[in-house]
Design a protein around this ligand. Structure first.
Ligand SMILES: NC(=O)c1ccc[n+]([C@@H]2O[C@H](COP(=O)([O-])OP(=O)(O)OC[C@H]3O[C@@H](n4cnc5c(N)ncnc54)[C@H](OP(=O)(O)O)[C@@H]3O)[C@@H](O)[C@H]2O)c1
Length: 279
């Protein structure tokens, strides 16, 4: 049911994950991230997406601690960075993230990139399985994994990832990957859902937005959840944080959805995960 910011999808292990969360990529640690996360929590968000490489886990943790929201109501995601891939290094990276976040358990831990040139994502995944079995994280998943990376994990590991967080927006709707994930019960999650602001003037989206008296950002976020994809738009501005969450009082028609789906150009904004080698 898509009723409000606390509405959830159920991952294949039964854990509930909110459909909409706040992303904090490129949000500076300290006051900026603390203010953004607090604005989101006050607006009703319960899901926050950070990563070790964003360098703002401490600020996210501070905002959570100061919010006084019961821990079990929150859904906190962080990610193991490329340089820390490997079994022992991932376990150590997890401890470091938890220390910075000030949490005693995590909701979702992701492998940030597959980094195939390093050949370590299978052993990294085995470390995530251990963290899961030890009860330190409620769900484990991957990010930027293509079908062949997922197949590799499924052939060589025990558990199927619960989530795959990937670039996903109307210009790049990942149809084939989405179908694969649906077939295997892997929840797709959209990063850069607003194409980092690059889609907000699109004439088709502007027209649809006018019909509902909504913004183009709201139309895209609504399209995400109506396509069954969890979404984590980023903003540091409280009015936009609230706007991005005000998507539960309208519904796109099948015709609107078709028009938005037709904007797909199979065009990535960022690197192909097979070529992403940054550590
Ligand atoms: N796993 C990965 O590899 C990966 C990669 C990239 C991103 N992510 C995650 O996905 C999250 C979202 O992606 P993103 O940060 O790249 O981009 P995004 O959410 O697509 O777009 C963010 C940009 O849009 C602006 N914006 C937000 N809401 C708006 C609104 N209602 N109207 C107008 N402009 C608006 C923001 O500016 P202001 O802040 O000034 O409002 C910011 O410049 C990240 O924060 C991160 O958590 C993950």
């Amino acid at each position: 049911m898509l009723e409000n910011l606390q509405s959830t999808t159920t991952l294949h292990n039964g854990v509930k994950m909110p459909w909409v969360g706040l992303g904090v990529f490129k949000v500076t640690d300290g006051e900026e991230v603390v203010h953004s996360v607090k604005a989101a929590l006050e607006a009703g968000y319960r899901s926050i997406d950070t990563a070790a490489i964003y360098g703002n886990e401490e600020g996210v943790g501070r905002a959570i601690a100061e919010s006084n929201i019961p821990r079990e109501e929150l859904f906190i995601t962080t990610k193991v960075w490329n340089a820390n891939q490997g079994y022992e290094t991932t376990l150590a990276a997890f401890d470091e993230s938890m220390e910075k976040l000030g949490l005693d358990y995590l909701d979702l831990y992701l492998i940030h990139w597959p980094l195939p040139s390093h050949g370590k994502y299978v052993e990294t995944w085995k470390a995530l399985e251990k963290l899961y079995k030890d009860g330190r994280v409620r769900a484990i998943g991957v990010s930027n994994f293509k079908i062949h990376h997922l197949e590799d994990i499924m052939a060589n590991c025990e558990m199927i990832p619960m989530v795959n967080q990937v670039e996903y927006h109307p210009r790049f709707n990942q149809r084939e990957l989405h179908d694969f994930c649906k077939k295997h019960g892997i929840q797709l999650e959209a990063w850069s859902p607003l194409m980092q602001g690059g889609l907000l003037e699109d004439p088709t989206l502007v027209e649809i937005a006018k019909k509902y008296n909504k913004s183009t950002a709201q139309v895209i976020i609504r399209w995400d959840i109506q396509t069954g994809v969890v979404t984590i738009p980023k903003s540091v501005k409280p009015h936009r944080i609230a706007e991005n969450a005000d998507v539960f009082d309208f519904e796109l028609t099948p015709e609107d959805m078709d028009q938005i789906n037709a904007l797909n150009q199979d065009k990535r904004m960022f690197a192909d995960p097979d070529d992403m080698n940054r550590v």
